[in-house]
Each structure stands twice: as structure tokens, then as C-alpha cells.
Design a protein around this ligand. Structure first.
Ligand code: NDP
Length: 300
């Protein structure tokens, strides 16, 4: 068997087109969705992510802005910036790029965000809403993107056994929250595995859907899968590769070549889940802008 590729590039474009149409409809009502990203310090990878977020938000018709603060910024100074953005009616979505310098506690900053502007979906109010199943909260972008990829590729999660590898607050835990909800895109039976799980393959071999979010290449190999399983690879790992110009390349957590022989559908890295994260961020932001208008129609 050769697995069908789940194309995150195509699906994310579809979402960005939908977001652009919603931005145009808002513009006609005099509202320009505003997304402000706060970047503290000069982490090279974060700078690339932030540039992409700003570029794609502007392309969708938003007011995308980045506030760059020095690595020496104190927690109080960052909280003052968050307070200002919380109070600014032109800002509908705020994202504080992680990781933060060590003098700043990330949870204190996340808790300071106005929940209705927390388009990353990490504020405890949004985490709780997603767990409860309240639709007006914001789900974290990466797991929401995974759920959308499954839906777009006709993978019905209802009654399926999903094994998630990884229990972070960013991916693993919210992924489980989304998949156990009753209804479309949910109704799954979920197992969460982590570094203390003995015999990972015992679990993965029983999974209809495997979602790997570990940060370790080769965590899942083809012999760990049930034939026909759907494989979603969230991992992004840079490994040395002297055959490339840069001397490195990106791989996921799944050994793609062996897994594609057993799986029925699989996401590539790059070109899979990674493409979805910013698209879902834009989608959350346009929804935040729609929800800021009294009695606005909320399209989802
Ligand atoms: P974390 O490091 O926060 O979490 C990794 C999880 O994997 C932990 O729960 C850890 O267990 C578990 N784990 C580690 N080793 C093993 C093992 N041998 N067997 C089973 N579980 C293991 O990472 P994130 O969740 O933030 O990210 C995971 C990956 O996804 C990374 O590669 C990251 O780059 C990528 N990512 C991609 C995104 C995208 O846009 N596509 C967005 C976010 C992340 P324990 O809790 O016990 O330590």
C-alpha cells in the first residue's frame, strides 16, 4: 500500500481564501481585523515564524503588526504592552511569540491576555472552553489544523481509536480535547502517550489514527502501525543532511518512508500540518473581529 498524501499546502490555501473573503466582508462594514504579534528577543526561528504570520495576515486583508522588544525586556514591561493591546479596539488578536526570555514567566503573560483576543488559544479560559465544548472559545491553531485536515480528507473520527503521542499544552492535550467532543470532527476514543508510556507500539498498533507530536525523528515507524491507519505528523525536526545546500533538512516524528507503506493516508513534513498553523491563526483572528461587532454573524 502507498498512502495518500494529506496536502496541508492545499488545505491551508483554502482556509486563507475563506479568511480573505471574511476580511473583505468585515471591511465592507468598516472593520479591519487586526493581529498583533509580540516578539521578545532575537530567537532566529521565532523571527521567521513571526515574519510569516505578519505577511500572511496582511495578504488576507488584515492589519498585521509586529512589536519587537529587546531580549532584556522585563516581565512588567511586557505585561504593560499586553495591557495596551487588550485595551486597543483596533487589535482583535494578540499573539505573544514563545519561547520568552527566562526572566519572563510565560503563564503569567498568557493569563494577562484578554481571552477574547487570545487567538493562540492558550489562555485558561479558552483551554476550558475547548474542553467543555463551548464554540465561542479559541482552539489552539496546530491541533485545530490537524482536525481540519482530517475532515478535509474525509477521515471520520467518530468511533475511531486515536493515539496521540505527546501531552504538551500546545499540541497533545488540546488535540485530545477536540477529538473527544461529541459531533463532527470528534466522537473519537483517545489514548494519549508520552515519554513515560511503556511499549509505545502496543498502543500505536491498535490505532485507527496516529498523531505524533513529540519532537523526535523516527518515533513512529511503519511496523508500529495497523495497516490502513491514518498518520498525522506534527513534529518539525531539523536534521543534518550534507546532500542539501544548507546542510540540513526538516523531518517529522514519523519515519515517512516506512510509514507510507502501511498507512492509508499520511501528512508529509514539510507540507503537512505545519502549513495549517498560521492559517488557523488567521481564522481565529477573523472570528475575533467578527465577534467584536455586536450581533455579528459568527461563521465558525
Ligand atoms: P513538547 O516537547 O512540549 O512535548 C513533546 C511530548 O512528547 C511530551 O509530552 C513528551 O513526553 C513526549 N515524548 C518525548 N519523547 C517521547 C517518547 N520517546 N515516546 C513518547 N512520547 C515522548 O513538544 P510540542 O508538543 O511543543 O511539539 C512537538 C513537536 O511538534 C515538535 O517537533 C514541534 O516542533 C512540533 N510542533 C509543530 C507545530 C506545527 O506548526 N506543525 C506547532 C507546534 C509544535 P513528556 O511529557 O513525558 O516529556
Amino acid at each position: 500500500m502507498h498512502a495518500e498524501l494529506i496536502d496541508g499546502v492545499a488545505v491551508s490555501k483554502k482556509i486563507r481564501d475563506e479568511v480573505a473573503a471574511r476580511c473583505a466582508a468585515l471591511a465592507a462594514r468598516g472593520v479591519v481585523p487586526g493581529l498583533t504579534v509580540v516578539l521578545v528577543g532575537d530567537d532566529a526561528a521565532s523571527a521567521v515564524y513571526v515574519r510569516n504570520k505578519e505577511k500572511q495576515s496582511v495578504e488576507a486583508g488584515m492589519k498585521g503588526e509586529t512589536i519587537r522588544l529587546p531580549a532584556s525586556t522585563s516581565q512588567e514591561e511586557l505585561l504593560a504592552v499586553v495591557d495596551r493591546l487588550n485595551a486597543d479596539p483596533a487589535v482583535h488578536g494578540i499573539l505573544v511569540q514563545m519561547p520568552l526570555p527566562k526572566q519572563i514567566d510565560p503563564q503569567t503573560v498568557i493569563r494577562r491576555l484578554a481571552p477574547h483576543k487570545d487567538v493562540d488559544g492558550f489562555h485558561p479560559v479558552n483551554v476550558g472552553k475547548v474542553l467543555i465544548g463551548e464554540k465561542d472559545g479559541f482552539a489552539p491553531c496546530t491541533p485545530a489544523g490537524v482536525q481540519m485536515l482530517l475532515q478535509e480528507y474525509g477521515v471520520d473520527t467518530g468511533g475511531k481509536h486515536v493515539v496521540i503521542i505527546g501531552r504538551s499544552n500546545i499540541v497533545g492535550k488540546p488535540m485530545a480535547s477536540l477529538l473527544i467532543q461529541p459531533g463532527k470532527g470528534g466522537d473519537a476514543t483517545v489514548t494519549i502517550c508520552h515519554s513515560r508510556t511503556p511499549d509505545l507500539s502496543w498502543h500505536t498498533k491498535r490505532a485507527d489514527i496516529v498523531i505524533a507530536a513529540v519532537g523526535r525523528p523516527g518515533t513512529v515507524t511503519g511496523d508500529m502501525l495497523k495497516p490502513g491507519a491514518v498518520v498525522i505528523d506534527v513534529g518539525i525536526n531539523r536534521i543534518a543532511d550534507p546532500t542539501t545546500k544548507s546542510g540540513a533538512r526538516l523531518v517529522g516524528d514519523v519515519d515517512f518512508e516506512s510509514a507510507r507503506l502501511t498507512a492509508s493516508k499520511i501528512t508529509p513534513v514539510p507540507g503537512g500540518v505545519g502549513q495549517m498553523t498560521i492559517a488557523l491563526l488567521l481564522r481565529n483572528t477573523v472570528r475575533a473581529a467578527e465577534q467584536s461587532i455586536p450581533a455579528a454573524t459568527v461563521a465558525g
